[in-house]
Design a protein around this ligand. Structure first.
Ligand SMILES: N[C@@H](CCC(=O)N[C@@H](CS)C(=O)NCC(=O)O)C(=O)O
Length: 333
């Protein structure tokens, strides 16, 4: 079984999933999509409206959002001898990481590193909007709203100061000399997610070298170098083949098990279906925050995941989303 990552160069979340695939030793290919809309390999071919990058396909199952993708990698590649876990155990512990600890890692990564640091502090506070090519800025304004460039420039020093205040907590986490954020035997999901955020902050700050240096944040500087060395070594060992959207669809046709056993794995949460006013077989739309809706037929709904059947020019697919912050609506025709 192999996976196909729809991604683009310069997308930190794409790098995040690339690194998770490498950590887990999962064979995979890449479909390179455009940095801006439209992305026909996803919208037209798979019938998926979601526009956040990356997405991951395995057979005819397509997984959106890296929070869900992390669960799915562990679910679909469960044999940890061949596919090491992305939630490794703590040093000096006996046995595997519990669901409780893995969940804390995921929430720390999502709510602190991604939603807070990546989006609020870095993307909204530090992006040098004045240097972005106009078509790119216009495209991203459809997601984040109109940007007041003068205001953004004026507020940047305060945003940098806020970044430093947030990074002080990360420095404190690392101050006891631990190698990895959760003191695990190797890098975990949390390290992958937090380092992609720090790398983006470093890049976004451009010539400002006052934040990421060994004097201001000695532990963070060492930890980032450790992460880079680890992932560069993994990247040297595996170069994903780059294929087209057409070729990716042909892989879906050829997949031995076209679909996961969704009815058993995800099922249907009746109480939640009632809250949302939806049932299996309904036409619904699912929208992640800051994304476009995906429309399809509801196949499964749990507290963690929702699955819609979508139709694109390359056939029928099952599109999976994480439930956290997802908007689900019945489509009234
Ligand atoms: N919560 C999403 C966030 C992904 C995300 O924001 N990706 C950026 C690219 S790194 C994006 O979608 N940008 C707009 C776009 O690609 O159209 C996830 O974890 O997958």
């Amino acid at each position: 079984m192999s996976a196909i990552l729809y991604r683009f160069d310069g997308s930190p979340f794409s790098t995040k999933v690339s690194h998770l695939l490498l950590l887990k030793n999962i064979p995979h290919k890449w479909v390179n999509v455009s940095r801006v809309m439209p992305r026909p390999e996803i919208g037209e071919m798979l019938g998926i409206g979601h526009r956040r990058s990356p997405i991951l396909a395995i057979g005819r199952d397509v997984y959106c959002d890296t929070f869900l993708i992390s669960n799915v990698l562990e679910r679909r590649f469960a044999d940890t001898t061949t596919y090491p876990t992305i939630f490794p155990p703590k040093k000096n512990s006996n046995g595997a990481t519990s669901i409780s600890d893995a969940t804390i890692m995921k929430l720390f990564a999502k709510h602190w590193a991604e939603d807070m640091l990546f989006f609020s502090v870095i993307i909204m506070g530090l992006t040098q909007f004045e240097n972005l090519p106009a078509p790119f800025l216009r495209d991203r304004e459809t997601l984040i709203g109109r940007v007041d460039v003068e205001k953004a420039i004026a507020e940047r020093p305060a945003a940098t100061s806020n970044l430093v205040a947030h990074l002080a907590s990360l420095e404190d986490i690392l101050v006891d000399g631990r190698e990895w954020i959760f003191d695990t035997v190797g890098p975990s999901y949390a390290d992958v997610s937090v380092v992609m955020t720090c790398r983006r902050a470093h890049l976004t700050l451009g010539p400002d070298k006052t934040v990421f240096n060994a004097e201001t944040f000695p532990r963070i500087t060492e930890w980032m170098a450790r992460c880079d060395a680890h992932f560069e070594a993994l990247e040297k060992g595996y170069t994903p083949e780059v294929i087209t959207g057409d070729e990716a669809a042909a892989c879906a046709d050829a997949a031995e098990n076209a679909y996961e056993d969704i009815e058993t794995l995800v099922g249907f949460d009746k109480a939640d279906g009632e809250r949302l006013g939806v049932s299996v077989g309904d036409r619904v739309s699912a929208t992640c925050p800051g994304s476009n809706p995906t429309e399809g037929v509801l196949v499964a709904l749990s507290r963690e995941e929702v699955v819609l059947e979508t139709k694109g020019t390359k056939g029928t697919f099952r599109c999976h989303f994480p439930r956290i912050d997802l908007t689900i609506r019945r489509v009234v025709s």
